[in-house]
Ligand binder design. Structure first.
Ligand code: ADP
Ligand code: ZN
Length: 521
């Protein structure tokens, strides 16, 4: 049932309950859309204020709003927050005892509860469905709606059943789906699976102007890491690592180097995990070394840097994680330490997955490879990934501040394509490079690739390393091969402060091939 509430009255509620005097961005329009009984699809970056878009209408509408949320730990935080604001909120999930569940249900049925947070698993239970059918529900919010999509970074199969369940409760209930992941692919998938094609879409820009994006070679990473943190002493930062073991190692490494750091990962005892998180939030430690288990729902506004020790599995994931820097709108630095070996490692993790999942994962990784290797403005690439077009370079990323030298490479591209074709598209970059350079080794010989027309055709290429914008001749050229004074040795790029390539790539062809081929590997 649509309800009429003036914008002035909404503002009064905003002030009275939350203490804010202005709505941010499109919050007001989003709230009005739900009040009018329409469906909404809200795409906003992390920290933009999505929660308020369902919390406020829940307060002003009669009945209970259902909030579907994927993380049990987050639910409790949100409920505590709402209770602190004087709003009766409850949650229903597997952490409750039977009698606690009954108490919550009775409170909802008596009409006292404004917001009920439910985990998708609990929604699937018949007894909970029966209960919801009896309750007076105002609308349904689907938080972290990207969990519905296999293209997202956090797929939860139970999310796929949500729409059918909502319809079995009441097909006229307004729905508001919210996410901070907005690649066009994920957006379409969410709308289709939730049957939300009719929803009004509220998409705000994903540009985080205050974040500086940088990619560094993983060479001497521990030294680089310690140097960076020490030169930003007193600032809060998060270091993301792929494995729990690595998290522990790096936390120890920082600790012995006099940096106040603690580990956080799902394998830690919950009490320790909570204590470590609290220490970070309360500024007893400066650096949180964590797996991606850390961060969702954590509202620490003054995180000044987010460092990726290992390459993330997707650009969405990367964007979520870096998004935790600079939520207070002050500057934040996002550094990704990149080596192609990490991509190969991540690719290996996928080997037991089903074919379609494996293909998805490969594509997501390929996007990551592109991002790490291209000399294009990082922000342009990231926003483009989220379906946003940026006309100008940002001027606030490594590629803008230290442009990669560029060169014309028509002949080289043709040679690579020819080599790929002649080897029947079956070989990796290293092998193609050997063929182009005319290297005779057992693999090349065993496939008779030394007899191909293209064999050795890349030997005579004179790499034109003339920089178009070659202004960063600073001191950090430790990759320059000083022991090898032969100036003729071809190099794809003049090594610069941010060397994008793996330390062990010997032939310039290898990185070149990886940059121009579709999968990047
Ligand atoms: P998201 O879910 O989009 O990541 P949150 O809902 O957690 O973001 O909001 C981020 C922060 O912004 C929270 O601290 C929240 O209280 C604050 N916030 C939300 N709306 C407003 C507003 N209109 N004015 C001021 N602060 C707001
Ligand atoms: Zn830029």
């Amino acid at each position: 049932m649509p309800i009429q509430i003036s914008n002035d009255t909404l503002k009064e509620h905003l002030k009275k309950t939350f203490g804010f005097s202005q709505f941010r961005g499109e919050q007001e329009a989003i709230i009005q859309n739900t009040l009018q009984g329409n469906n909404s699809f809200v795409l906003m970056p992390t920290g933009a204020g999505k929660s308020l878009c369902y919390q406020l209408p829940a307060i002003v509408m009669p009945g209970t709003a259902i909030v579907i949320s994927p993380l049990i730990a987050l639910m409790k935080n949100q409920v505590d927050q709402m209770i602190a604001f004087g709003v009766n909120a409850q949650f229903l999930n597997s952490s409750l005892t039977r009698s606690e569940m009954n108490r919550v249900k009775n409170e909802v049925l008596s009409g006292d509860v404004k917001l009920l947070y439910i985990a998708p698993e609990s929604l699937n239970k018949q007894e909970n469905l029966n209960f919801l059918q009896q309750a007076n529900i105002s609308f349904v919010a689907i938080d972290e709606a990207h969990c519905i999509s296999e293209w997202g970074h956090d797929f939860r199969p139970e999310y796929r059943k949500i729409r059918a369940i909502i319809e079995s409760v009441d097909e006229k209930l307004p729905i508001i789906a919210l996410t901070a992941t907005a690649t066009p692919k994920v957006q379409l998938d969410i709308q289709k699976t939730l049957n939300l094609e009719d929803a009004k879409v509220f998409k705000s820009s994903f540009n985080r102007k205050n974040l500086y994006y940088e990619i560094r070679s993983k060479k001497d990473i521990d030294k680089q890491l310690i140097r960076y943190i020490k030169s930003h002493s007193g600032k809060a930062g998060i270091i993301y690592c792929l494995s729990r073991k690595r998290v522990e190692e790096i936390a120890d490494l920082l600790h012995v180097n006099g940096i106040k750091a603690l580990p956080y990962h799902a394998g830690l005892d919950p009490a320790i995990r909570m204590a470590n998180q609290e220490s970070f939030l309360n500024e007893e430690v400066e650096v949180m070394v964590a797996t991606i288990a850390f961060g969702m729902g954590i509202d620490k506004p003054d995180v000044r840097f987010v460092i990726h020790y290992d390459a993330p599995k997707s650009l969405e994931g990367y964007y979520q994680e870096t998004g935790r820097a600079g939520r207070d709108s002050l500057d934040g630095t996002c550094i990704l330490f990149y080596t192609y070996d990490d991509i190969l490692k991540l690719d290996k993790f996928n080997k037991d997955k089903a074919v379609s999942e494996k293909e998805n994962a490969k594509l997501l990784l390929a996007e990551m490879v592109y991002y790490a290797n291209l000399g294009v403005c990082r922000r342009k690439q990231l926003l483009n990934y989220f379906g946003e077009y940026m006309a100008e370079n940002c001027g606030f990323c490594d590629n803008c501040l230290h442009p990669t030298p560029t060169f014309k490479a028509e002949r080289e591209v043709v040679l690579v394509l020819q080599a790929i074709q002649e080897t029947e598209e079956k070989f990796d970059a290293e092998h193609i490079a050997d063929v182009l350079e005319g290297k005779v080794n057992q693999y090349v010989q065993s496939y008779d690739h030394d007899k191909l027309p293209v064999f050795g055709a890349g030997k005579t290429v004179s790499w034109n390393t003339q920089a178009v914008d070659d202004d960063d001749d600073d001191d950090d050229n430790e990759d320059e091969d000083e022991d090898n004074p032969t100036p003729k040795k071809p190099k794809l790029k003049k090594k610069s402060q941010k060397d994008n390539h793996t330390e062990d790539e010997k032939s310039p062809w290898i990185s070149f091939i990886k940059q121009i081929t579709i999968h990047g590997y």
